[in-house]
Structures are given as structure tokens and as C-alpha cells.
Design a protein. Structure first.
Length: 81
């Protein structure tokens, strides 16, 4: 399970133990959207107008997408994603 919040942090949770397995940082404002891709990467969006793609194995941001002029909202995965 992945969660994002107003503290600008994304957490990956272990549902068996209830513990946080991974903390992802890099957003400059609150996280407003999350989506897991078929390959396991996590896409996040936030009020900083930036979309980030994360490797959930390493916790590293692997791509940053810039181009919105406002906050990003919940995503919908397409057939190709």
C-alpha cells in the first residue's frame, strides 16, 4: 500500500506487519495523486505541479515530468502504462 500526504512524503507500507517499508521524499508540496504501474513503479503527483515516477525497490525517483500549471490530481492508468 502506498500513501501520500500534506507532509510532502510518500510511504510504502507492509500490510502484513503494519510497518513502513520505504519513505520517498522529493515533492515540494503536498502529494495529491498516486498510481502503481504494471511494472511496479509508482507515479506521484503533487501541488508542486510535478509528476514523479519512482522505483519502489530502491526508493529512487527515476523520472520527473514537468508541464502542468497547477496541482496534479488522481491518475488513471492507460492500456500502455
Amino acid at each position: 500500500v502506498a500513501s501520500g500526504s500534506g507532509d510532502m512524503i510518500i510511504k510504502i507500507w507492509n500490510t502484513e506487519t503494519g510497518q513502513c517499508d520505504l519513505t520517498l521524499t522529493g515533492s515540494c508540496r503536498r502529494v495529491t495523486a498516486l498510481c502503481v504501474l504494471r511494472d511496479g513503479r509508482l507515479v506521484s503527483g503533487s501541488d508542486d505541479e510535478i509528476i514523479k515516477i519512482w522505483n519502489t525497490g530502491t526508493g529512487q525517483c527515476v523520472q520527473t515530468l514537468i508541464g502542468h500549471r497547477g496541482a496534479t490530481w488522481p491518475f488513471r492508468r492507460t492500456q500502455r502504462a
